[in-house]
Design a protein around this ligand. Structure first.
Ligand code: SF4
Ligand code: SF4
Length: 437
């Protein structure tokens, strides 16, 4: 029997994927009004290039790139700009959005399709991926073209696609992998060409045998991963598949690796092969708080409320609404927030599903230490953060925490460890910035 690949530490939260994993993706039309965020990704928001009253067409640029870590933004629909405003967003408190009244979604490609992408140069492929606004679809939303442009002297020899989808409840990547295997495979070939890498692989947890089989049939190298949280975190995926460790404070490219989510690969295929900017994404809507969980293909800018209505509406008990899964997802105070390119799921938890909201004292059991995949001592960092001892928290490696939530999950006292560690990170970064200034 083949040994399943994995990483040290981690935890086994209830997967809860059965709620949506068998639900085929349903494409839903864009609603009457959409709000397209100009900050879809990590980095600087794009600069609006439309104004109230302008007619826009599907795929038209409505925000221009604003710096290296930035991307253009496109209209997912044909319609009229109703205004530019500041609106609540799922991944940050608020940000600038372009409000568009939808008229239709028809239209051809925005760019020349390149079905012959193998005849295109590396630079042409990377430029197209940038112009199409492709960013990481797995949550972090980093501009994809930047990851394909390593600085001089950094040699990339490994491309890994991330199909682990280890967050409980989320099944969007799983459905994508079995329903659109060819898109993911094409995107993988394009990414491999852009990086000059041979023999790329996709990592998939062994709870998705149909996806493993689909990629195997498509001639793609599959690395089967043990089901464990956070197997889909970049550093843990790299460790499991290659045995290499990203140095503290370093990046995967420091050890010759680039990781891209399977959804990103599909978006790359649309951008290059079909000439389509990044306009839609698959979103899982799940949790005991919605009546009919499922997976939906929605236009960027669609309000969460429209997707929840597609999922049969709220049940009688909704204690918490999350963008993303229960481990790393962000709590939302309104369902008026729009889908962004990084919205992998909307999860409505009942009070039974939501974790306790009160914390107890640390009983020094060290479970958080055993579980931390980054080999940190979460309980100690948290104590130092509580006492505002930022230098001590820094010495304990607080900045290496990736906020995966594993420590909080295993803590028998329900300590708000991630909250304390994130606070320490904010303070340490602010202190370093002011010292540099
Ligand atoms: S300390 Fe950070 S990296 Fe370690 S388990 Fe907790 S959240 Fe994850
Ligand atoms: S798991 Fe919780 S109780 Fe145990 S040492 Fe860590 S913080 Fe303390």
């Amino acid at each position: 029997m083949t040994r399943l690949r994995t990483f040290p530490g981690g935890a086994h939260p209830d997967e809860c994927k059965e709620l949506a994993e068998k639900r085929a993706v349903k494409r839903i039309p864009a609603p009457e009004t959409i709000r397209v965020a100009l900050c879809q990704h990590l980095g600087a928001p794009s600069t609006p290039v439309v104004k109230k009253g302008d007619k826009v067409t599907r795929g038209q640029e409505i925000g221009s790139q604003n710096g290296f870590i930035s991307l253009p933004t496109h209209s997912p629909v044909n319609g009229t700009v109703a205004g530019l405003e500041e609106a609540p967003l799922p991944h940050r408190r608020s940000g600038p959005v372009v409000v568009i009244n939808t008229e239709s979604e028809e239209g051809g490609p925005a760019f020349e399709p390149w079905p012959d992408f193998e005849s295109r140069t590396r630079a042409e492929l990377i430029e197209r991926i940038k112009l199409a606004g492709v960013c990481g679809m797995g949550g972090a939303s980093f501009p994809t073209y930047v990851k394909l442009s390593p600085p001089p002297g950094k040699k990339i020899d490994t491309l890994l696609l991330n199909g682990a989808e280890c967050e409980p409840y989320l099944t969007a990547d799983h459905r994508l992998m079995i329903e659109r295997t060819e898109d993911v495979a094409s995107g993988m070939r394009i990414l491999a060409r852009a990086l000059c890498v041979d023999d790329p692989a996709v990592g998939i947890e062994d709870n998705k045998p149909d996806a493993i089989e689909a990629f195997g049939k498509a001639g793609i190298r599959v690395e089967v991963l043990r089901v464990k949280y956070p197997q889909g975190a970049e550093k843990q995926l790299i460790k499991a598949v290659t045995g290499r460790e990203v140095p503290v404070g370093g990046l995967p490219l420091d050890i010759g690796v680039v990781v891209q989510n399977v959804g990103t690969a599909a978006a790359v295929a649309l951008a290059v092969r079909d000439g389509e900017p990044s306009l839609r994404r698959i979103v899982t809507v799940s949790g005991g708080g919605v009546r009919e969980p499922g997976n939906f293909d929605a236009a960027v800018g669609t309000p969460f409320s429209a997707l929840i209505a597609e999922a049969g509406g709220y049940g009688d008990d909704v204690a918490r609404l999350l963008s993303g899964g229960p481990m790393m997802g962000l709590a939302q105070f309104t369902d008026a927030v729009p889908v962004t390119k990084g919205t992998s799921g909307i999860v409505a938890l009942t009070s039974k599903e939501a974790r306790r909201l009160t914390e107890g004292p640390c009983i020094k059991c060290a479970r958080c230490v055993d579980a931390c995949p980054m080999k940190l001592v979460p309980c100690l960092i948290a104590v130092n953060s509580e006492h505002e001892k930022w230098a001590a928290a820094d010495e304990l490696g607080a900045l290496n925490c990736m906020a995966c939530g594993t420590c909080s999950f295993v803590c028998p006292s329900d300590r708000f460890l991630v909250h304390y560690i994130k606070r320490a990170q904010d303070m340490i970064r602010a202190s370093k910035r002011s010292k540099e200034a």
